[in-house]
Design a protein around this ligand. Structure first.
Ligand code: SF4
Length: 353
C-alpha cells in the first residue's frame, strides 16, 4: 500500500530529497530510492510498501538476537521488503533486495498486527525485523505506538543506517534494539554494503545516550572482516564510547547471496570471543553449535545465570527481579519470571514461499 512518506524535502521541478537515511536520495518524479520502497510521485515522496508484510512469525526473543531483554520469551516478528544497504552476504536477500510487488506479501494494517500480537500466547510484543525496519518507518511508527497503548513491547533489529531526526522519533516507542555493526572499517561498509560506517556509529551512540536497551551483532566473514586487530579496535570502541555492559553477539557466517567463502572457522570465533571478553562483560557466539559460548554468567560472582541450548532457555541463576540468586547483583533489567522459558520455537504466521 502507498502512503505519504514522513521525511523528505521538496526540490525544484517536482524532485524530492528523502532524508530518512544517510543516502539522502534525490529523486526525480517517478524515481525510486536505493531502498526500493520510497518513490517520488509528482513531487511528493511516498512509501510504497506500507503494511505489505513478507514475513511474519512468532520467534524466541533469543533469535533476534536479544539475550538480555525478557530472556525466554517470544515475540511476534514482522518484516516487509527492501533495504537501504546492499550487503553481498545478506541471508534475507530474497526480501531485502526485492522490489515491491516482486515478492509475496500480505497486506496488514497496524491494527491487524496489534490484534494478532495480543492473540499469541506468551507473546511480549512486536519485533520489527527480517529486512531493514527503518525503511518501513511509517508502518513501524504507527504500529509501535499502538503496541505501546496495548501494553506490548517493541523491538527493532536494524543495520543502524538512519538519520538522527527519524531515529529520535523511533526511540520514543521502541524499547530494545539489536544493531548490526558489520565491520569497523569504512572501506568494508562502502564496498560490501554500499553504505558508510560513521552513521551507524552515530546511531549506536544516540540509542545508548537515550538509555534504551541495546545489543550489538557482529557477523564475522572470512577474508572480509576477520582481521583481529580491527575487531579489537571495534570492541574497544564499544566499551569506551558506549558501555562495557552492552551484550555483543559474535555471529558465524554461512555462504549466502553473492558471497561464497566457506563458513567462519570455529577457531576464529573462539579467538574473537577471547578478544572481546577483555573489554566487554557479556559476549556470546551465535549461529554455531556445540561451543558453549551462549550462556550468561554473573559478572560479579561468575555463577551461571542463564543456560541456552538452541532456543531452550533456563534462567537457572536469576531471581524474579533479574538479579543473581547467589550474590544479588542486578544483571537482567528487563526480566519476566516465566514458566514457559524453555523450548520456545519459531512459528510461521505467513505461509512460506
Ligand atoms: S530511505 Fe530509501 S529513499 Fe530514503 S534516503 Fe534512504 S535509501 Fe534513499
Amino acid at each position: 500500500m502507498k502512503t505519504k512518506a514522513s521525511y523528505f524535502i521538496e526540490k525544484e521541478g517536482k524532485a524530492v530529497q528523502c532524508i530518512l537515511c544517510p543516502h539522502n536520495c534525490i529523486l526525480k518524479d517517478g524515481a525510486v530510492g536505493i531502498c526500493r520502497v520510497r518513490q517520488n510521485n509528482k513531487g511528493q515522496l511516498e512509501t510504497i510498501n506500507f503494511g505489505d508484510i513478507t514475513a511474519l512469525a512468532i520467534d524466541p526473543i533469543e533469535k533476534k538476537p536479544l539475550y538480555h531483554f525478557y530472556p525466554g520469551t517470544q515475540i511476534l516478528s514482522v518484516g516487509t521488503n527492501g533495504c537501504n544497504m546492499s550487503c553481498k552476504f545478506c541471508q534475507n536477500h530474497h526480501i531485502s533486495q526485492a522490489n515491491s510487488n516482486s515478492y509475496f506479501a500480505r497486506s496488514f494494517s497496524p491494527e491487524d498486527i496489534i490484534d494478532l500480537a495480543k492473540r499469541q500466547k506468551d507473546n511480549i510484543g512486536i519485533a520489527f525485523t527480517y529486512n531493514e525496519p527503518s525503511i518501513f518507518f511509517e508502518f513501524l511508527i504507527e504500529t509501535s505506538k499502538l503496541a505501546k497503548i496495548a501494553g506490548l513491547k517493541n523491538v527493532m533489529i536494524s543495520n543502524g543506517y538512519i538519520n538522527r531526526k527519524p531515529l529520535l522519533e523511533i526511540l520514543e516507542t521502541i524499547d530494545a534494539f539489536n544493531i548490526d555493526l558489520k565491520a569497523f572499517n569504512d572501506k568494508f561498509y562502502k564496498k560490501i554494503t554500499k553504505s558508510k560506517l560513521q552513521p551507524v556509529l552515530e546511531t549506536l551512540k544516540t540509542i545508548n545516550a537515550q538509555e534504551k536497551h541495546l545489543e550489538i551483532t557482529h557477523l564475522v566473514i572470512p577474508n572480509l572482516n576477520d582481521d583481529p586487530v580491527e575487531f579489537e579496535e571495534m570492541v574497544k570502541w564499544i566499551s569506551s564510547e558506549l558501555s562495557p555492559w552492552i551484550p555483543l553477539h559474535i555471529s558465524r557466517y554461512f555462504p549466502h547471496f553473492e558471497v561464497s567463502y566457506p563458513p567462519t572457522p570455529i577457531s576464529t570465533l573462539l579467538s574473537f570471543f577471547e578478544i572481546a571478553k577483555q573489554y566487554l562483560q557479556h559476549v556470546y557466539v551465535g549461529n554455531a553449535q556445540n561451543i558453549e559460548k551462549s550462556d550468561t554468567y554473573c559478572p560479579n560472582c561468575k555463577e551461571l545465570l542463564i543456560e541456552r541450548e538452541f532456543y531452550n532457555i533456563d534462567t537457572v541463576g536469576l531471581d524474579p527481579n533479574g538479579k543473581c540468586t547467589h550474590c544479588h547483583t542486578p544483571v537482567i533489567k528487563n526480566f519476566k519470571d516465566n514458566e514457559n522459558q524453555t523450548a520456545s520455537r519459531s512459528r510461521k504466521v505467513l505461509p512460506s514461499q
